[in-house]
Design a protein around this ligand. Structure first.
Ligand SMILES: *[C@@H]1O[C@H](CO)[C@@H](O)[C@H](O)[C@H]1NC(C)=O
Ligand SMILES: *[C@@H]1O[C@H](CO)[C@@H](O)[C@H](O)[C@H]1NC(C)=O
Ligand SMILES: *[C@@H]1O[C@H](CO)[C@@H](O)[C@H](O)[C@H]1NC(C)=O
Ligand SMILES: *[C@@H]1O[C@H](CO)[C@@H](O)[C@H](O)[C@H]1NC(C)=O
Ligand SMILES: *[C@@H]1O[C@H](CO)[C@@H](O)[C@H](O)[C@H]1NC(C)=O
Length: 306
């Protein structure tokens, strides 16, 4: 249409009497190839006119179909995946989080049936419980259940972790002893107390095999087992990125170790980077951009919890 208007306004064209003249004029002056073959002014053969009409119409339809396809493809946001293998002779040792499945210390907890019922009701056996916790009983206030649950306070009911005689007896890396208090810290997770290697102190390694890596000697103190976080006893541990929360449930993550066993865990590091919306990340979920609102880096587990 705009082409038509332009042609009308060009000074060369004389007065145009009717639609036929307008069409002939447009056909002769338009910049589209082939359109000038459609005008009847030179008394061309009708078959020729028909053929040209067919050619131009089919080209036009083809053009529209292709453009529509391209637009559709664009809005489907097709993904390009880049995969490459990078060999490194030194790698940052990942974080390790270890939890005793029975981290409550029986001798540190008051021997009282009401307290016992409370812990029973929070244990995996709670399905079989036929008692409810009577929170108006003064024993819960006496035993500090209403106090602020600081780490120090919560730890009084749990077995020691980093202190001498606690869960972590010793740790060594590259065959030299690590300062346990410096390299590890206590971490509470919803179902118990654990320790995790300190994310601020990064160990680097260029060795493979089990001898030179992190070796931990642990004491489960089974004699003091109370209600645990699972039906069995032993420990669970997970090797993870230091920026990632140890995420034991689901995800198939973590190793479970029976008491009295030596266990080796070999790891392979795979790093995924997901594109933000509108690209799909896991299944048909979207991830946020690579930085959180506070500017910190964005990781896979936070994507899962989004
Ligand atoms: C807990 O108290 C009961 C009686 O109230 C007693 O029979 C039992 O031996 C005590 N258990 C421990 C571990 O002290
Ligand atoms: C609750 O269950 C225990 C055994 O698990 C049983 O000894 C007790 O009698 C039951 N109490 C009630 C009120 O049913
Ligand atoms: C809960 O404890 C309070 C204070 O000991 C007592 O008066 C009340 O009867 C108890 N309730 C039940 C349901 O046992
Ligand atoms: C618990 O902490 C809050 C805020 O940190 C404080 O206002 C409150 O008084 C504390 N309660 C106790 C019992 O210490
Ligand atoms: C358990 O508690 C008792 C009594 O408070 C304490 O002597 C013992 O060291 C504790 N065990 C651990 C492993 O922390």
């Amino acid at each position: 249409m705009s082409t038509e208007n332009k042609n009308i306004s060009t000074p060369k064209t004389g007065p145009l009497d009717n639609i036929g003249d307008l069409w002939n004029d447009f056909c002769q002056n338009t910049g589209f190839h082939g359109v000038n073959k459609l005008s009847g002014i030179t008394g061309r053969h009708k078959i020729r006119l028909l053929l040209w009409t067919c050619v131009i119409l089919s080209c036009g339809i083809y053009l529209i179909v292709r453009v529509a396809e391209e637009i559709k493809t664009y809005y489907r946001y097709p993904t390009t995946m880049t995969q490459y293998t990078k060999l490194q002779n030194e790698i940052e040792f990942p974080s390790v989080t270890v939890c005793n499945l029975n981290s409550l210390n029986k001798s540190a907890i008051k021997n009282d049936s009401r307290i016992d019922n409370y812990y029973f009701n929070t244990s995996p056996f709670r399905m079989n419980s036929n008692v409810t916790t009577n929170w108006s009983d003064p024993i819960f206030e006496q035993e500090g259940f209403y106090l602020n649950q600081t780490l120090e306070y919560v730890m009084t009911n749990h077995k020691d972790i980093l202190d001498p005689g606690g869960f972590l007896v010793d740790a060594n890396f590259h065959l030299s002893y690590l300062d346990v208090k410096k390299y590890f810290k206590v971490k509470l997770i919803p179902r118990g107390a654990c320790f995790t290697s300190n994310p601020d102190l990064k160990l680097k390694t260029n060795h493979v095999g089990s001898i030179f890596h992190l070796r931990l000697m642990l004491n489960l103190d089974s004699a003091n087992n109370y209600y645990g976080s699972s039906y069995g006893e032993g420990l669970k541990f997970r090797v993870h990125d230091s920026n990632e929360d140890p995420f034991f449930e689901g995800d198939g993550g973590g190793f479970y170790v029976e008491p009295g066993r030596e266990v080796f865990a070999s790891m392979r590091k795979t790093r995924f980077e997901y594109l933000p919306k509108p690209f799909e990340a896991i299944g048909n979920m979207f991830c946020r951009d690579h930085t959180n609102d506070d500017g910190s880096q964005y990781y896979r587990s936070s994507c899962i919890k989004d």
